[in-house]
Each structure stands twice: as C-alpha cells, then as structure tokens.
Design a protein around this ligand. Sequence first.
Ligand code: FES
Length: 116
Amino acid sequence: MGGTAALRRVDLCAADEVPPGTMKLCEVEDELVLVTNLDGEFRAAQGICSHEYFELDRGMLTGATIMCMLHLSRFSLIDGEVIDPPAEWPLAVYPVVFEGGRVLIEVPEGPLEVNR
Ligand code: FES
C-alpha cells in the first residue's frame, strides 16, 4: 500500500576475508553476491554476469570495474552499469554496511534484486 519498503541487512562475509584489490563470491539466500574491496572501499554486486551464467569472481578486477571472462563484458562496480558489451543489462549493486567486522548489504525486504 505505497510507502517505502522496509530494509533488511544481509550478512555476506568478514571484512578481512576480502583484502584490498581482491574479491569474494558469497552465497546468500540461493543467490551469489560479489564483494569487492577497491583499495579499502567495499562494494557489492550480483555475483553472476547479467549476460549469461558466469561467476564474476573468475573475472578480472581492474580499478572499479569487473570484466567477465566468458565474453569480456565489463561493468562498473560503483553503479553496475555496462562499460563494454555484449552484456546489455547492468549488474544489480547493493549498498554495503559494516557491523562488527562483517560486511553486510542493506536491501529491501523480499528477494534480492538480480538482473539476468
Ligand atoms: S556471460 Fe559474462 S559476458 Fe557473457
């Protein structure tokens, strides 16, 4: 009935499991979320390419972008936008919050948004 959807927090991993310049694929609620540490700045995005099924932690992390190694689509990890095709759909990205050394995302109630 209108209004703003309630938010919930989903625990992904310990912050120290993802050192600067690395990434980790975390399984949550039957979905995969890619946590990246861009030189101290954590980001979270859907873990599977929006083009076809390929795990993005097998891709190449460069600056604030991830390149999928199956067909070389490249995405921004800041807003999920497609930088290089063939992918047409952006990656869903999720706001990151920290709690007691853990990395969490804050998302609306209901299924995690994923573009496929
Ligand atoms: S599956 Fe990622 S670019 Fe095709």
